[in-house]
Write a protein that binds this ligand. Structure first.
Ligand code: SF4
Ligand code: SF4
Length: 466
């Protein structure tokens, strides 16, 4: 980081900036509001020494990037911040509801640690959750069912939605989406018709080809769940409905080629993937054998990214939506991924309503009092809101090392994952897994910007639907 301690003419005002030497020998310079420039060694030395005023072209670039401040530049910076923090004023929260924490699968990394003897949602709590959501001040909301396996309670699902749809209509809310997160193995034709008729989205896990998926996501008797999942993928595909898939990358995945995971997604009709390492929460935490070294995960991701760039260049456009979000944060003021902005979505754009009526700031923090905001049986929205303040204050200025990191404007570490890994909600940077991985990923993306092939593919990915 550098401050304006250099000798410039009276009218030149410097902004704070942060820098990092990239592997290609160039210097990345960023500002807290997220503008950036990649400089040659000569330019960087001029910037550091404050000897750029006579180089009008360079000076103009520094002004445009808000590294040197002008009156117009300050207005642009204010607009940029306004856009980046838009979700604080118009939060459109994702309300996550659990109908059960029972599950018929025994996935190795299950972050909910679901089992068949787990509790279920009662009618009283269901009514109170719907009333609570109806009383929230936000007009636009999204609904998602997570579990356990939601479809084990199809009757409760229908009951909840009947109540929910009526209440939301009565209070004038706009329900932007309804999604069921399901392992798809207890799907039936009746449920499928209900899902299609009611325009409910389906999100499921696909960990790669059969060999990987079955090792990670098996039934309680040890048999794999890939074949039954694929039968339902075909069923919905034949009816014009594409499922959303998410992979979980573990040390098991790393025994295979990352290309095989991308190929499995394409075979299932997906247009994109979101590479994400195992969370280290729930059963993934207990079984340390699934965790990876940051460098190993990064190399795996990098190979997958190179493959997706090649496919896209060959006309088979396929992308990593996490990379797309990173690119949009780098090139625009949008911060699409609630987990890669600060403050993150916890208690702002996400509320999780658990089986006993507890309201948690995030799905990953459920069953942990540190992330509990209240209970629908006894708390008002105002009570819950007051308890979100600690999460709203979770900005980079309060995170050691992030406050001066060159990538801070585009990056975040999840406090729930940090707590699971180290027992601290304040991530231990720079030792934290996410910090190490994020830094390597951003380095690679910025280095590849110099390559015209990668640059054109990155630009194409940014134009695709988020
Ligand atoms: S707590 Fe973690 S998982 Fe939850 S919204 Fe924040 S970053 Fe995302
Ligand atoms: S988490 Fe790490 S890479 Fe991200 S901003 Fe903080 S220090 Fe930088």
């Amino acid at each position: 980081m550098s401050f304006a301690s250099v000798d410039l003419d009276m009218e030149t005002v410097m902004n704070e900036y942060y820098s990092r030497k990239l592997a290609n020998g160039k210097y990345l310079v960023t500002t807290a509001h997220g503008s950036w420039s990649v400089l040659s060694g000569e330019q960087f030395n001029k910037l550091e020494a404050g000897e750029f005023a006579s180089d009008k072209i360079f000076l103009r670039e520094l002004e445009e990037k808000g590294i040197v401040l002008t009156e117009d530049g300050v207005k642009r910076i204010v607009d940029s911040y306004r856009m980046q923090y838009f979700h604080l004023a118009d939060s459109r929260p994702l309300c996550i509801v659990y109908l059960t924490s029972k599950c018929n699968l025994a996935c190795k990394y299950c972050h909910s640690d679901s089992r068949m003897d787990s509790p279920e949602l009662s009618d009283d709590v269901m009514d109170a959750i719907v009333d609570f959501i109806a009383g929230m001040p936000q007009k636009h909301i999204a609904l998602e069912f997570q579990g356990g396996e939601t479809l084990l309670r199809f009757d409760a699902l229908k009951k909840f939605l009947k109540l929910f749809d009526k209440k939301m209509r009565d209070c004038g809310k706009v329900v932007e989406s309804k999604v069921i997160v399901s392992n798809m193995t207890v799907m039936t034709e009746d449920i499928a018709e209900f899902v299609l008729d009611n325009d409910i989205g389906l999100c499921t896990s696909l960990d790669g080809p059969k060999e990987i998926h079955d090792r990670q996501r098996s039934f309680c008797d040890g048999s794999g769940s890939y074949d039954v999942l694929m039968r339902w993928v075909e069923f919905f595909s034949a009816r014009g409905r594409r499922l959303n898939f998410l992979p979980t990358i573990t040390s098991i995945s790393l025994e295979y080629n990352p290309e095989s995971i991308v190929d499995a997604y394409m075979r299932a009709g997906a247009k994109r993937i979101m590479f994400r390492p195992v969370y280290g929460v729930g059963r993934g935490r207990d079984d340390a054998g699934l965790l990876m070294q940051p460098r190993d995960y990064f190399e795996f991701w990098k190979k997958a990214l190179d493959y997706m760039v090649k496919l896209s260049m060959d006309g088979k456009v396929f992308y990593d939506s996490a990379v797309q979000s990173m690119l949009l944060s780098i090139f625009t003021d949008r911060r699409c991924d609630m987990c890669m902005r600060r403050p993150c979505g916890a208690g702002i754009t996400q509320f999780a309503f658990y089986l006993d009526g507890s309201v948690y700031a995030c799905d990953l923090g459920k069953k942990n009092d540190l992330f509990k905001l209240g209970n629908v049986m006894s708390s008002s929205y105002e009570d819950v809101f007051l308890n979100t303040i600690q999460f709203r204050a979770n900005t980079k200025e309060f995170q050691p090392l992030c406050d001066t990191c060159v990538y801070a404007a585009f990056c975040n570490i999840c406090m729930c994952k940090s707590y699971a890994r180290t027992g601290s909600v304040v991530p231990v940077t720079p030792l934290d897994f996410d910090c190490k991985v994020n830094k390597m990923m951003f380095d690679y993306i910025f280095e590849k910007m110099d390559d015209p092939v990668y640059r054109s593919v990155f630009e194409m990915w940014m134009r695709l639907k988020t």
